[in-house]
Write a protein that binds this ligand. Structure first.
Ligand code: FES
Length: 162
């Protein structure tokens, strides 16, 4: 059986396209279209959607930025830099209860969310926090800057000696 198609321009005569040819053309279009869609969906699936947070290893400046007696909270980094004489440490300021940022208090650290309290070394002294505040490894880089690595927790009370 043949299908009659009228020419859109010129208006002269008509083109006869067989049903077989028409179905072949439509299936070809369908095949190519499904191939393109499959390729796009594979690309979308393979492409990583992970978003990476802040780097866990970062510089916090020079030792002279933290004179002896300093307890300086760096909220953007969620650490508190503690310096006593020639010893320096970085204590986490992320509450071990539900992750609020703890503030510095007279006796150590205090969480504004549910009232957890920690001593100067980060040990829990009250409230619902289940664990002490971690201490992170601090090193002195070759360029003279202090580097904190939040991927490496160290024993509380372990200071970097400058
Ligand atoms: S998040 Fe700090 S006490 Fe709950």
């Amino acid at each position: 059986m043949a299908v009659n198609l009228k020419r859109s321009s010129g208006g002269q005569g008509s083109v006869k396209v067989s049903r077989r040819r028409m179905l072949g053309w439509l299936s070809g279009v369908g095949l190519v279209g499904s191939g393109v869609l499959s390729a796009i969906s594979n690309f979308v699936f393979i492409k990583p959607r992970a978003t990476y947070g802040q780097p866990q290893r970062f510089s916090i400046g020079k030792p002279e930025d933290y004179p002896s007696g300093t307890r300086m909270a760096l909220d953007a980094r969620r650490i508190c830099v503690v310096r006593e004489g020639n010893k320096l440490a970085a204590v986490s300021t992320t509450c071990t209860h539900l992750g609020c940022i703890v503030g510095i208090s007279d006796t150590g650290y205090a969480c504004p969310c549910h009232g957890s309290r920690f001593d100067q070394d980060g040990n829990v002294t009250g409230g619902p926090a289940p664990r002490p505040l971690p201490w992170y490894k601090v090193t002195l880089a070759p360029n003279g800057e202090l580097e904190v690595d939040k991927d490496i927790e160290i024993q509380p009370g372990s200071y970097l000696t400058l």
